[in-house]
Ligand binder design. Structure first.
Ligand SMILES: Nc1ncnc2c1ncn2[C@@H]1O[C@H](COP(=O)(O)OP(=O)(O)OP(=O)(O)O)[C@@H](O)[C@H]1O
Ligand SMILES: [Mg+2]
Length: 229
């Protein structure tokens, strides 16, 4: 079975997809066969083949394999609202067995699976299930993307504590989200001292919205992972 990494973040819009795409590219450059999943997504758009989510499409493109969309993103909801509310609005209950089945199909023929969450670690998927419960049930190591902006220290520490209670925080990634935070380096240092898990990479702000990262950052990310998973 594939080594599976779950990518969560301190909030929505902090760079989970950005970091996950970079991670997938780094793994591919290192010769690994990679599978991807965005199990539950809201904020999807109608296309000729049904609802499609930008994160899922970006992850599929990064992994460079013709994965079945319905496996990568079994639950796609249109309104950009919390997943359990988007599901309820269309009379759907997110079923972990459906997520598991899709995961198994993808994981069967790859070495590493990169799975992106929605929002942050404790986001609800239904009245009875949080995203974190599904991840913890599998015991997957978690990568926490910290979007460097005001408030991120508290969000990062709370997330790290909660992740450690349910499964293992393999490492965290500092993302210098634009507009760049004043004192970003001091914030990274503050977290480096307080979080037990290692800092795997510090992602620079890209000039364009391209997820491409320079070779050094990719190597750093990969080496950090090798040491921790
Ligand atoms: N280091 C960066 N440099 C430039 N742009 C970035 C950087 N990190 C993220 N972005 C941009 O910020 C936006 C939010 O990032 P991203 O979509 O990766 O967040 P997310 O955590 O995956 O959000 P969601 O909760 O919607 O899945 C995107 O437009 C992305 O391209
Ligand atoms: Mg995303």
């Amino acid at each position: 079975m594939a080594l599976t990494l779950f990518v969560t973040g301190t909030d929505t819009g902090v760079g989970k997809t950005y970091a996950a795409v970079a991670l997938v590219q780094a793994l591919r450059a290192a010769g690994r066969t990679v599978g991807v999943m965005k199990p539950v997504a809201s904020g999807c758009e109608h296309g000729p083949d049904g609802l499609r989510n930008d994160d899922a499409l970006a992850l599929i493109a990064a992994c460079g394999r013709p994965l079945r969309y319905a496996d990568v993103n079994p639950y796609a909801f249109e309104p950009p609202i919390a997943p359990h509310l988007a599901a309820r609005a269309v009379g759907v209950t997110v079923d972990p067995a459906v997520l598991d089945a899709a995961y198994r199909r993808l994981a069967a023929d790859c070495e590493v699976m990169v799975v992106e969450g929605a929002g942050g670690w404790r986001v609800p998927l239904s009245d009875d299930l949080a995203f974190s419960d599904w991840v913890a049930g599998h015991g997957w190591p978690v990568l926490l993307v910290v979007g460097l902006r005001l408030g991120c220290l508290n969000h990062a520490m709370l997330s790290a504590e909660s992740i450690a209670r349910q499964t293992r925080l393999a490492g965290w990634i500092a993302n210098r989200l634009p507009p760049e935070q004043v004192e970003w380096a001091a914030n990274v240092e503050t977290l480096r001292r307080r979080l037990e898990a290692p800092l795997l990479a510090c992602l620079a702000p890209a000039a364009a919205a391209s997820p491409a990262l320079d070779g050094m950052v990719l190597a750093e990310l990969l080496n950090g992972l090798k040491a921790t998973v």
